[in-house]
Design a protein around this ligand. Structure first.
Ligand code: COA
Length: 181
């Protein structure tokens, strides 16, 4: 995992999404479904208790520069590390990163890494309060798939090994704890 995450970024705040405070209107990450999720579905899904989202902004400017969203999920024990299989339960509780995105003009400056590291720290806190054995996400498949895959691999994510979801990657919470303490 890169030690330096956001060296070239302006002074940033990452705060829980608040539709009164965060201006989503100009946000575009270059991947339409994620932009639509942020602008059209997020508020409803938060109200329904399906996700929680965190937003990066620069000091004194409400424009959304990047965000991530988390939800609870279960994955089949057979697809994870051996200790999951030994537990004798069919499903393992994990935390799912539903989306991560950075505004196009801000990409490549370390903000995406900073957001995922922030998500990992938050997930560690959640895993202190309830069972969550890993963080899981689906790497979007399009022309940039390889770059995206490398981005998550550098952060410690590995394929889950689910043949029905070959783009699904995970990092065991123990590895997150060992890396971020
Ligand atoms: C993927 C993404 C979150 C990375 O954020 P970022 O701030 O650009 O990332 P960082 O600066 O911390 O790290 C750079 C790495 O991110 C990845 N990356 C950067 N731009 C990318 C893009 N447009 N598409 C896919 N991956 C990208 C690359 O691995 C890059 O490393 P490289 O330059 O050596 O190839 C961001 O590019 C983005 O929002 N892309 C569009 C939406 C998306 O793909 N979300 C992820 C869904 S699984």
């Amino acid at each position: 995992m890169p030690a330096e995450t956001a060296a070239h970024l302006p002074s940033l705040t990452i705060a829980r999404f608040d539709k009164a405070l965060h201006d989503r209107s100009a946000f575009s990450c270059g991947f339409g479904p994620i932009d639509n999720f942020l602008k059209s579905s997020l508020s409803d899904q938060i109200r329904a208790g399906m996700v929680a989202a965190w937003i990066a902004t620069a000091e004194g400017d409400p424009a959304v520069l990047g965000f991530y969203a988390l939800g609870a999920m279960a994955v089949r024990a057979e697809f994870g590390p051996e200790k999951w299989q030994r537990a004798g339960v069919p499903d393992i509780p994990v935390i799912y990163i539903r989306a991560v995105a950075v505004r196009e003009d801000m990409q490549g400056k370390g903000l995406g890494t900073a957001l995922v590291v922030d998500a990992m720290r938050r997930c560690l806190g959640i895993a202190d309060q309830m069972g969550a054995a890993a963080i899981v996400l689906d790497v979007l498949r399009d022309d940039h798939f390889e770059r995206r895959w490398n981005f998550y691999e550098d952060l410690g994510f590995r394929p889950l090994g689910d043949p029905l979801n070959p783009e699904r990657v995970c990092i065991p919470m123990a590895d997150v704890r060992a890396t971020l303490g």
